[in-house]
Ligand binder design. Structure first.
Ligand code: PEP
Length: 250
């Protein structure tokens, strides 16, 4: 059975103290209608937030990035095994900000996914189309291409440790949200693509999150779509009451 997940991406926001306050407030909030809450925090915050989340099995710690290399002379990089030692359970890979601002291509994403899965860290794999592709009605072909290039080389066993986040780039941080029907249509397309490439059981078990200006006011309607299993949330994840309300929107 696939899980209902609310993931918050703090991006490059908050000091360590602010992050600990946010995590502590979420521990005290009633977020139990989601199966899993995931906090994607800056590297500098991992140890302190892990401590704040102590014994909160329902809330998982995630990193926002990792190296595509296992170890070595890569100044400034953070490896998968370092994340394990920081008690990280999930990592974001393929976020559009990393694809566009840091030129991360499919070869790099495959390397990052391999590193994470090799040490038992689960991957939140992000994909989604830019505005011009949506306007040209080429969004399904674009997303299928991303799946084929970044993900479809994985075994069924590896895919059991992946969550997919569909994030149309035109809706990230813009205040524009895909309509519940647009989200549902793309999620159904992604699930059908998984069934074609693998099998229906695997497709049925895959949690597919929607991301793009999810807020307390629209989460319930988006999450109620049959193929939407939760959300990856940026801006609204920085305000404890707002994110708690999103986590309680299932
Ligand atoms: C994101 O960062 O993945 C995101 C969806 O941001 P926002 O919710 O702010 O659009």
């Amino acid at each position: 059975m696939r899980k209902k997940i609310a993931a918050g991406n703090w991006k490059m926001h908050t000091t360590i103290e602010e992050g600990v306050s946010l995590a502590t407030a979420l521990c005290q909030a009633d977020t139990a209608s989601s199966d899993r809450v995931i906090l994607c925090v800056p590297f500098t915050h991992l140890a302190a937030v892990a401590k704040a989340l102590d014994r909160q099995a329902h809330i998982a710690l995630a990193a926002q990035n990792l190296s595509s290399q296992a170890q070595g002379a890569y100044t400034g990089e953070v490896s998968a095994s370092m994340l394990v030692s920081a008690k990280v359970e999930f990592v974001l890979v393929g976020h559009s900000e990393r694809r566009t601002l840091f030129n991360e291509d499919s070869a790099m994403l495959r390397g990052k996914i391999a590193q994470a899965l090799s040490v038992g860290i689960k991957v939140i794999y992000c994909l989604g189309e830019p505005l011009e592709i949506r306007q040209a009605e080429a969004h399904e072909a674009f997303v299928l291409d991303q799946l084929q290039n970044d993900l479809f080389h994985l075994s069924e066993a590896d895919l059991a440790n992946v969550v997919i986040a569909y994030e149309p780039i035109w809706a990230i941080g813009t205040g524009l949200t895909a309509s519940p029907q647009q989200a549902q249509d793309m999620h159904a397309f992604i699930r059908a693509s998984l069934a074609n490439q693998y099998n229906q059981a695997l497709a049925n078990d895959m949690s597919i999150l929607y991301g793009g200006s999810v807020k307390a006011g629209n989460a319930r309607e988006i999450f109620s779509q049959p193929d939407v299993d939760g959300g990856l949330v940026g801006g609204a994840a920085l305000v404890a009451e707002d994110f708690a309300a999103i986590c309680a929107s299932f």
